[in-house]
Every structure is written in structure tokens, then in C-alpha cells.
Design a protein around this ligand. Sequence first.
Ligand SMILES: *[C@@H]1O[C@H](CO)[C@@H](O)[C@H](O)[C@H]1NC(C)=O
Ligand SMILES: *[C@@H]1O[C@H](CO)[C@@H](O)[C@H](O)[C@H]1NC(C)=O
Ligand SMILES: *[C@@H]1O[C@H](CO)[C@@H](O)[C@H](O)[C@H]1NC(C)=O
Ligand SMILES: *[C@@H]1O[C@H](CO)[C@@H](O)[C@H](O)[C@H]1NC(C)=O
Ligand SMILES: *[C@@H]1O[C@H](CO)[C@@H](O)[C@H](O)[C@H]1NC(C)=O
Ligand SMILES: *[C@@H]1O[C@H](CO)[C@@H](O)[C@H](O)[C@H]1NC(C)=O
Ligand SMILES: *[C@@H]1O[C@H](CO)[C@@H](O)[C@H](O)[C@H]1NC(C)=O
Ligand SMILES: *[C@@H]1O[C@H](CO)[C@@H](O)[C@H](O)[C@H]1NC(C)=O
Ligand SMILES: *[C@@H]1O[C@H](CO)[C@@H](O)[C@H](O)[C@H]1NC(C)=O
Ligand SMILES: [Zn+2]
Length: 740
Amino acid sequence: MQWAKGLGLGLGAAAFLGLGVIVGHFAIPKGADPPASQDLDLEVLDTVIGQLEAGGIQENLRELAREPHLASSPRDEALVQLLLQRWQDPASGLDEASASTYEVLLSFPSPEQPNLVTVVDPIGEILFFCNQSEKNLTGEQGGPDVVPPYAAYAPPGTSQGLLVYANQGTEEDFMELEAQGIKLNDTIALTRYGGVGRGAKAINAAKHGVVGVLVYTDPADINDGQSLPNETFPHSWRLPPSGVERGSYYEYFGDPLTPYLPATHSSFRLDPDSVSGFPPIPTQPIGFDSAQVLLCNLRGNMAPDTWQGALGCDYRLGPGFRPDGRFGEYSQVNVSVYNRRELRNSSNILGLIRGAVEPDRYVLYGNHRDSWVHGAVDPSSGTAVLLELSRVLGTLLKKGTWRPRRSILFASWGAEEFGLIGSTEFAEEFFRKLQERTVAYINVDIAVFANATLRAQGTPPVQSVIFSSAKQIPAPGPGGLTIYDNWIRYFNRSSSVYGLIPSLGTLGAGSDYAPFLHFLGISSMDIAYTYDRSKTSARIYPTYHTAFDTFGYVDKFVDPGFSSHRAVAQTAGSTLLRLSDSLILPLNVSDYSETLRGFLQAAQHGLGALLEQHGIGLGPLVSAVENFEKAAMALNQRMLALQEGSPDPLQVRMLNDQLMLLERTFLNPRAFPEERYYSHVLWAPRTGSVATFPGLANACSRAKDTAPGSAAWAEVRRQLSIVVAALEGATATLRPVADL
Ligand SMILES: *[C@@H]1O[C@H](CO)[C@@H](O)[C@H](O)[C@H]1NC(C)=O
Ligand SMILES: *[C@@H]1O[C@H](CO)[C@@H](O)[C@H](O)[C@H]1NC(C)=O
Ligand SMILES: *[C@@H]1O[C@H](CO)[C@@H](O)[C@H](O)[C@H]1NC(C)=O
Ligand SMILES: *[C@@H]1O[C@H](CO)[C@@H](O)[C@H](O)[C@H]1NC(C)=O
Ligand SMILES: *[C@@H]1O[C@H](CO)[C@@H](O)[C@H](O)[C@H]1NC(C)=O
Ligand SMILES: *[C@@H]1O[C@H](CO)[C@@H](O)[C@H](O)[C@H]1NC(C)=O
Ligand SMILES: *[C@@H]1O[C@H](CO)[C@@H](O)[C@H](O)[C@H]1NC(C)=O
Ligand SMILES: *[C@@H]1O[C@H](CO)[C@@H](O)[C@H](O)[C@H]1NC(C)=O
Ligand SMILES: *[C@@H]1O[C@H](CO)[C@@H](O)[C@H](O)[C@H]1NC(C)=O
Ligand SMILES: [Zn+2]
């Protein structure tokens, strides 16, 4: 492995700490002091948008996706050097760049002993091998750097038993099998992707006595039902029959051995055998070619209609195979897994553009670098955009015509695919500094899933800035629409404030924004181009996490001409510039009011009667929401007043801090003791079916069948108080700073 010269462990981490030093010594560019009133320059914005080139993104992608670059592999390390060189090159225009390295627990298949899934007859003779690698269709699916399909963090072990089909492996699916009289003990469950997270399938299965799990992608869920080799890649963008989705089966995020601590060399580490959240039983993903052979030979009851798929046969439940089928009724499935967990070094790279007026305020823009195989779409499409954006901004800096008001921090995260590891370790290491100084986090991971429309997710305060960006940029394709007008055609909602607007999605934990939003409480967003949902039912782009996600796949099928990539670069770039350069932060705190109203109304309609039966009133919540609305509106008024004339710099800074800190006020680290990192009381995972405050929804769904005085009902009251306190705290933050 090669490491950046002089950047050993610990030292690398000091690079971001070094920012403090730089900030302290901040040298004002030659010439006059930057005026404290420096504001967004629309000409600069137009220049940046104009200079972002599709061809540049295409060439970046060709290089980034040339070789597989699994986290901590030699090619991942080579990309660390490549990105560092680009950003450290004085010609790049960036002020500083460095790598920081963590020692984290990853999981790999054994290089000596391939994982094996077989069908064996009663005397132990092997009747069938599930293919262990994808077909070498374009000459890029072979070779030592292509990691064979595996379930990361699935334990080594061997299991054998009768096969059952368990649909998506949800708790309800296993209950359905038991309801049909199937004894699950000692069986192997064949499941399909979708419905629940990867790891949850194995955890649910083990609870029901299942001893091994297989996972495949059904063509009904990804290929619009198409499964013939001549209809799939390289003949179209669809997943070929041998394609296998790899992925992390770890249930949490961050380095598994160092929760809440940065994974430095000297850090305390948990005993790997005591860590929860790993799959408890051998688990292996397989292609739908192999899955078809297994599934189409099962006997037993017909699976429910919603469990049927597109493999061209009736799906039955098992257990075991048909007596008259290919394998005979006494044959079993054997799953043998030889994965190993290993401590590995994985690096983040940070690139800095120092702010001219408020260098101690950061706008973060990041994406992960590691992939499963070549990872052209995931994540290199986003990194190709990131590099093009840093090139264009660096060029302006070099020319001396522009320096942002606030600092811009570009990040290339390591080991995201294993569980958002690099970004989470960074958030842990610089927790306080980031909370105090970060204005917003922009994530562009997969930049282009497909070429129909923009898709953005984020918290309400970033809605307005994304909209402003999207209104300014022409959408690719015919029609002459803006990105905004095109977006509204595919994803829209009727807002009580604005009428019909594009709908901004909510953020879960699918990429590196998760630690920034849920753990640090930083307003965050994720921006991409995506499908026309009326034309495909695909769960995600078809070759996701397979060896077919290559440069050629993107170049030929996903975005020929790279115009959608350019559109994402322009939208994300404009958003970045507006956040870094606007005198007053373009975060509209009032846009939280609509969300809070919606949550309140859902609670009133969906839970009000139940709560009332238990003597719990929503009055305090109603007034907390009203108080928030008033404080946010009053703040908007003060902001308008401030913008007239030449605002006092300290007044501006005070107001901006209120805007920046609003998201932080929704954190309560004690709200969800069973969760890890989730502390945002509005966006934590919601399992309860009512679309309201997640803590309240979850507590109610647990309490509803318990006795009035139960601990579950006390938890409902506690969750309600947590939300009320968070909203009142938010209101206090928005009130004039001189008021109590
Ligand atoms: C995959 O195909 C390419 C080109 O045909 C060939 O060079 C390579 O050796 C093949 N790899 C494997 C493992 O079959
Ligand atoms: C599964 O098959 C392997 C050989 O491929 C064998 O060693 C192992 O004992 C089998 N597992 C079980 C649980 O029978
Ligand atoms: C299933 O196996 C578990 C442990 O192996 C055992 O406790 C349980 O009784 C078994 N259930 C049935 C129905 O055999
Ligand atoms: C693919 O092959 C099937 C028969 O195997 C045929 O019916 C179909 O038309 C073919 N599709 C294409 C796109 O050639
Ligand atoms: C496994 O791969 C071999 C060689 O590529 C192929 O001949 C065979 O059909 C594949 N098996 C299945 C189940 O698709
Ligand atoms: C990580 O890199 C450091 C510095 O080169 C080295 O001392 C350490 O052993 C490496 N850790 C692992 C797990 O390879
Ligand atoms: C998306 O790509 C397809 C295939 O290349 C093309 O036919 C279509 O016009 C593109 N759509 C847009 C909006 O660019
Ligand atoms: C709103 O979105 C739906 C698809 O979700 C679309 O059918 C409809 O035409 C859109 N409305 C407008 C005005 O574009
Ligand atoms: C902020 O949001 C409020 C309501 O959500 C809206 O009325 C107001 O116009 C917005 N302000 C700006 C500057 O967009
Ligand atoms: Zn990704």
C-alpha cells in the first residue's frame, strides 16, 4: 500500500485540524480587504455554470472507473493519490488538500476458498453449483481485482438444509411461511432484494430458526421483468442473468468496532465477536440465473401473488424440491461462506477553498470514492462531477477573480459501501468543530441513475436554494425547459404555501449525508438525475453493485453525451456557490413550518383518538408548532429589514448563525437509546405507519396494544415531550438573539 508522504495515521487526521491553524493565520488576498458585505455574484455563478463541461466529467469517469476500486484495495489507494495530486497541484487553485486515514473493520471473501452454494443429494453428491462469478460479457468482469459476489460481514460457516422461498425476508414474510405450516428450523431461505435492508433479511431469518440465507435480484424488480440474455446488458442497460448485487449486510453505520469514536490506530476497539448488527448466519447473494434453477424446482404451496416474480415459473414456498424436478425431494441446499473480517486502512481526502470573509464557516460537499467493482455509476459518476466542479472553482481562484465568502470543503470519503465508514469517522473525530461551523452538507453520490429528471432529497431549509438553482439551469433534452420545470413534471406535490412545486424527498441513511444529518444535525441534501417512474419499475439502476456497472455502461446506456451529469454538476455547483457566497444564508427556516404542520396533522388524524383514550392531549404540540411558525415568520421579517440598506456585518452574522443552527436544535442524543447515531427527532427512522414525528409514531405503534399504565405508554408521553421540547428549543433559537 502506498501512503501520502508524511501523512501517517493520526497525522492525516491532523490535516483537517490544520484548518484551525490556517484559519488563524489567514492571509488576506493581495489588494484590499474583502468587504464584509461580499455577496453572491451572479456573474460568477453564470461563469461557473457555463464552464462545467460534459466532456470533462466523461473523462474523469473514464479514469475513475477504469479499474475496480474496492475500499482499501491498491486501486482505491491509487485513486487517493490521484485525487490528492489533483487537489494539491498548485495549478488546481485549491488552498490545501490532505488525506486522513482510519483503521476500520471491513469484510472480504477469502482469496483461497470461494464461497459456495450447492445443491446436494442425500449421499452428499453435488448436483448443482450456483455460479460464483459474473459472466465476462465485456472483458471487464474477470480478473483478480473483481471481488466475487458476497455479503459483506456475513459470518464464515457452512449450513445445509431444505430450501424455502421467503420473498423479501421481512418479518411478515417469515410469519407468512409459518402460517402456511412450514417449519423453518434448519432451512435455507432464498430471498429477493427489496422490502428491507440486506442485513435485516438474515437477522429476521435467524430469528425463525433458518440456518442460511441466499439473496437474489428478481428481474421483476429491476429489469421490467426482462430476463433473457439477449435482452440484457450488453444489449440493453438491463441486468444480465449472472449479475449479483454485492453489499454491506451490517445493520448500522460507521466503523463497527469504534462506535462514537474515530477509528484511529490507538483507539479503543470492541471485541468483534461482541458486535451486534452483523448477519448471524451464513448469507450469500446469487445471480437470478442460479436463483431460477433453485426457485423453479421448489415444491410446496404456491407462494402468494405478491411474492411471484419474473423468472418464468410459478414460485412455490418449499420446503425442499419437487420429487419430479431436477434435484429430487431429498436434496438440500448447502451454503458455505468463508468471508473474513479484517482491519484495514481507509482514507478520506479533503480539499479546501478558504473563505474570504467567513473562513470559519464551512460548506461541505462530498461523495465516497470506494466502489464494489468498477463502480462507474456508484460512486464514480458523483466523483467525476466533484472533480469537474473543483476544477472550475479552482480555475476562478487561480485567476484571482473570485474567492468564496465562506470556506468550501470538498471530501472524498472512504469505505462508504461497508457502512458510510469514512464520513462517520470524520463526523466523530471533528464532531464539535463541524457542529459549530458547518452551514450545510451537499452529497452527490450516484450523480445519474437515469436521464429523465432531477431528484433531490434534503431537509426543508435547503428546498429554496435547490429550487433557485434548478430554476436557473436548462434541462438536457428537447423542450427547452429549466431543470425545475422538468422536475415538476415527474415529482411534484401541492404545497399549502407555494402551490404545485417539485417534491423534495426526505433523507434516510443511504449515503454519506447520514452522519451529518442524523448525528451532527447539519442541514443536508443529496442531488442526482433519475428515471421516469412511469416508464420503469426498477428498484434502482439495473447493474447496481455488480461487475457490469462500468464506464461503457454509463457511456452507452445511462447518459450518452453526459448531459445529465452536467445538469447535476450545474445544479449542485450553483447550490454550493449560493451557500458559500450569499451574504445571508439561503436557508429558509420557514420551510420547516409546512413539514411540522404536516406531522402535526398526521398525529391529530392518525393518533389523536388513540392518544385521547389514554389521556394524552396534543395541546402542547399544537402550540409548539404555532410558536415555531410565528418565530420563523418573524425571523424572515427581520431578515428582509436587514437586507435593506447596508446591513451591519455583526447583525448578518447573528442572523446567519440562527439559520445555520436551526437544524442542530432538533437533535436530542437521548431520544432514541436503541438507535446508533440517530438523534434528529424529525428524521429518525420511522416504523410506525402514521407519517408524523418518528419517535411518537414508533412509540404509539408499540404501545397501542398494551395496558394503559404500561411502560410503552410512558414512552409515548416521553416522546411527545421530546418533540415539544425540541420545537420550543428551535423557536428559542429563531427568536431575536437579545430576547430571552
Ligand atoms: C475477461 O475477458 C477479457 C477480454 O476478453 C480477458 O482478457 C480476460 O482474461 C477475461 N477474464 C477472465 C477472468 O475470464
Ligand atoms: C456443505 O458442503 C461442504 C462441502 O462443500 C461440506 O464440507 C459441509 O459439511 C456442508 N455443510 C453442511 C452443514 O453439511
Ligand atoms: C428450532 O430450533 C431452536 C434452536 O435450535 C429450538 O429452540 C426450537 O425449539 C426449534 N423449534 C422447533 C419448532 O423445532
Ligand atoms: C431474444 O430471444 C428470444 C427467444 O429466445 C426472442 O423471442 C426475442 O425476440 C429476442 N429478443 C431480441 C431483442 O432479440
Ligand atoms: C454458470 O456459468 C457457466 C459458465 O459461464 C454457464 O455455462 C452456466 O450456464 C452458468 N450456470 C447458470 C445456472 O447459469
Ligand atoms: C495502517 O497504516 C499504518 C501506517 O502505515 C500502519 O502502521 C498500520 O499497520 C496499517 N494498518 C493496517 C490495518 O493495515
Ligand atoms: C435519455 O436517453 C435515451 C437513450 O439514450 C434517449 O433516447 C432520451 O432522449 C434521453 N432523454 C433525455 C431527457 O435526455
Ligand atoms: C405531477 O407528477 C405526476 C407524476 O407523479 C405527473 O403525472 C403530473 O403530470 C405532474 N404534474 C404536472 C403539472 O406536471
Ligand atoms: C420562506 O418560506 C416561507 C414559507 O415557507 C415563504 O413564505 C417565504 O417566501 C420564503 N422566503 C424566501 C426568501 O424564499
Ligand atoms: Zn454510493
